[in-house]
Design a protein around this ligand. Structure first.
Ligand SMILES: C[S@@+](CC[C@H](N)C(=O)[O-])C[C@H]1O[C@@H](n2cnc3c(N)ncnc32)[C@H](O)[C@@H]1O
Length: 340
């Protein structure tokens, strides 16, 4: 069977990515040897991390039905073929997005998902888009244990939070690892728009000799971030509840590195972020871009404008597509260096 071979240290990232892509084969267990993990996959595709494809013999786990089979048991063969739902997992919880025309089947789809994935204990449904200043979405409980609380692990950090009260996305895990690996000892890092702390914690864990100041407006998320800081004994993280614009006034030219994961409106805060950055410091700026005009165009022009307004030189170091966001629209990140 076709298998994706990844180094052990990348196994979690790879698994999340395969689930997100929908190409992790169900009904079989991953294999391990001393250095690598092998995931059964349904097709070959490019990966955003180091990995290769090979052939392996996997042991079937016959007691767990495939999602398709579990769905057929509930909806019948014909309807099961039509029913589709994409989902993300956060800890033991799956969040599914059921297409409008399939909403009446939502509970059945959720229960099929539960039966076909023993590690999933709760299934929630998206009931709105991410909305408001806090970027929170409405969720409804659909199947399994009735809870909105999750415990999530990433890069050796543990975070616990209520999914209804804060933004959270596992889809940024690769980004967090990418940035954390760039941080050098004694760097001052500003984790803006910090949520429950994933960027701050992953960076602080990977580079214990740096100091991270993490700023978040949503009082629930900020309080939870503080709890997560304690949970992870992250003594090099200072969690602050407040508006980035106000808090940054105390951090003029303080940062060697700034993360700005607020793609909808982050451009409004670029001048403040630049003012908080030392000469030679780096800003990781997230934005959206359409295929038609070029995915980086919006982000690059926001950076150029902010550089002119603050009279600093902004030199682009790296740019990459983070993930597809909507048809022909992508979330992107541009890393740029500030020189005064
Ligand atoms: C897209 S989320 C990213 C959260 C987190 N970094 C993560 O990856 O899970 C953006 C976060 O920015 C926060 N936010 C929005 N405006 C803010 C502001 N003016 N100052 C501080 N935080 C803000 C929101 O409450 C939200 O938690």
């Amino acid at each position: 069977m076709l298998a994706l071979k990844v180094e052990k240290k990348r196994a979690q990232t790879a698994k999340e990515w395969l689930v997100q892509k929908g190409i992790l084969a169900s009904g079989v267990k991953a294999l391990r040897d001393d250095a690598y993990v092998y995931f059964a996959v349904t097709k070959k595709t490019e990966t955003p991390f180091d990995a290769s494809f090979t052939q392996k013999t996997f042991e079937a786990t016959p007691t767990v039905p495939s999602f398709r089979k579990a769905l057929e048991d509930r909806l019948g063969k014909k309807l099961a073929e039509a029913a589709t739902a994409s989902f993300d997992t956060i800890g033991e919880t799956a969040i599914i997005e059921v297409r409008d025309e399939h909403k009446t089947w939502a509970k059945k789809i959720a229960s099929a998902l539960l039966d076909s994935n023993p590690k999933i204990k709760t299934v929630l449904g998206k009931a709105s888009a991410m909305q408001g200043e806090y970027r929170v979405r409405k969720l409804v409980w659909l199947a399994g244990k009735k809870t909105f609380d999750v415990t999530y692990r990433e890069s050796g950090c543990v975070m616990a939070f209520d999914l209804r009260k804060t933004y959270f996305s596992t889809r940024l895990s690769f980004e967090r690892g990418r940035i954390a690996s760039k941080v050098k000892p004694r760097e001052n890092v500003l984790a803006l728009f910090a949520g429950v702390g994933p960027f701050a914690l992953v960076i602080a864990k990977k580079q214990p000799a740096c100091h991270v100041v993490a700023i978040e407006l949503n009082p629930y998320a900020a309080k939870t971030m503080q709890e997560n800081v304690q949970r992870n004994h992250a003594q090099n993280v200072t969690a602050i509840q407040g508006d980035v614009r106000k808090v940054l006034k105390d951090y003029a030219q303080w940062a060697d590195r700034v993360t700005m994961p607020l793609p909808h409106t982050g451009h409004d805060f670029l001048q403040d972020a630049i003012s908080a950055t030392k000469s030679g410091g780096v800003i990781h700026f997230y934005g959206f871009g359409g295929e038609k005009e070029g995915v980086y165009r919006n982000a690059l022009s926001s950076i150029r404008r902010a550089g002119q307004k603050t009279k600093v030189k902004c030199r682009v170091l790296e740019k990459r597509v983070v993930r597809p966001y909507a048809p022909s629209v992508y979330q992107v990140v541009v890393d740029f260096k500030v020189t005064r």
